[in-house]
Design a binder for this molecule. Structure first.
Ligand SMILES: C[S@@+](CC[C@H](N)C(=O)[O-])C[C@H]1O[C@@H](n2cnc3c(N)ncnc32)[C@H](O)[C@@H]1O
Length: 232
């Protein structure tokens, strides 16, 4: 909704297509984020299904602005997805992608512990670097900016801390991680996170956290211009 509000001054009427497979999230969105002068097109499906449906639509819609915020991890073939998204931009359209940076703990924990998600293939590990490379391969330039922040992981090291449990679940991608994962793996992940946390004296920064861990996402902005766009 915040993004839509930013766009409203430039576009008096907006057509907004939402691709989201989770019914609960869509209901929540409908309940809290409906704006005036916005026409909504709810696509309750995965992005893969949406792409497939569009293939069979002769008159595909083009978009002035497309955002994919922390969602490209789930959309299957990255290069195919990126090509599809850029193809769907109008000539002066923008694509905004937000994904984790390979420098932050979010990516590093998954990359260091493939046993957390044994079904993942190495190609699944999508980061700002892999997305930027896929965009560059299309002959398109992108601007990358880092959103870097420290999160206090102190609660993670206290097994009675509910916030710590929630952080662990978020960063491992596993519900109730502390209680459901094998004990030895929990210990190894905690050791890794302890090493990741940088006390003030090492980082040179003043922060008031016992266990600050760097999390980093990158915003990748593509401004489509047919001059730089290779159609190969
Ligand atoms: C980490 S959340 C990000 C949500 C939102 N963009 C945000 O930043 O708050 C990932 C979202 O991707 C959705 N998702 C999962 N698999 C997907 C798929 N195959 N195609 C499209 N969206 C998917 C999830 O339901 C979830 O809403």
């Amino acid at each position: 909704m915040a993004l839509l509000k930013q766009l409203q001054p430039y576009f008096p009427s907006i057509h907004h297509t939402v691709v989201e497979p989770c019914e609960e999230f869509v209901s929540h969105y409908k309940l809290h984020s409906i704006l005036e002068n916005v026409q909504y097109d709810w696509q309750l499906k995965t992005f893969q299904q949406y792409m497939q449906d569009q293939e069979y639509t002769s008159n595909s819609r083009k978009f002035d602005f497309i955002s994919a915020v922390n969602s490209l991890y789930y959309t299957g073939n990255l290069k195919e997805t990126i090509r599809f998204l850029i193809d769907r931009l109008t000539e002066s359209g923008y694509l905004l992608v937000i994904v984790c940076s390979e420098k932050g703990a979010g990516y590093r924990i998954i990359a260091n512990f493939p046993e957390l998600h044994p079904a993942f293939k190495p190609s699944y590990f999508i980061s700002s670097k892999t997305v930027s490379e896929a965009i560059a391969e299309m002959g398109v330039t992108a601007k990358v900016n880092s959103l870097r922040t420290n999160v206090d992981f102190s609660g993670v090291f206290d097994e009675n801390d509910a916030d710590g449990d929630a952080i662990l679940d978020l960063f491992t991608g596993i519900m109730d991680y502390r209680r459901t994962a094998p004990e030895a793996l929990v210990e190894r992940v905690l050791k890794f996170l302890r090493q990741e946390s940088t006390p003030d004296s090492e980082s040179g920064e003043i922060n008031f956290m016992d266990h600050p861990v760097c999390v980093e996402w990158d915003t990748i902005l593509v401004e489509k211009s047919y001059k730089q766009y290779l159609t190969t």
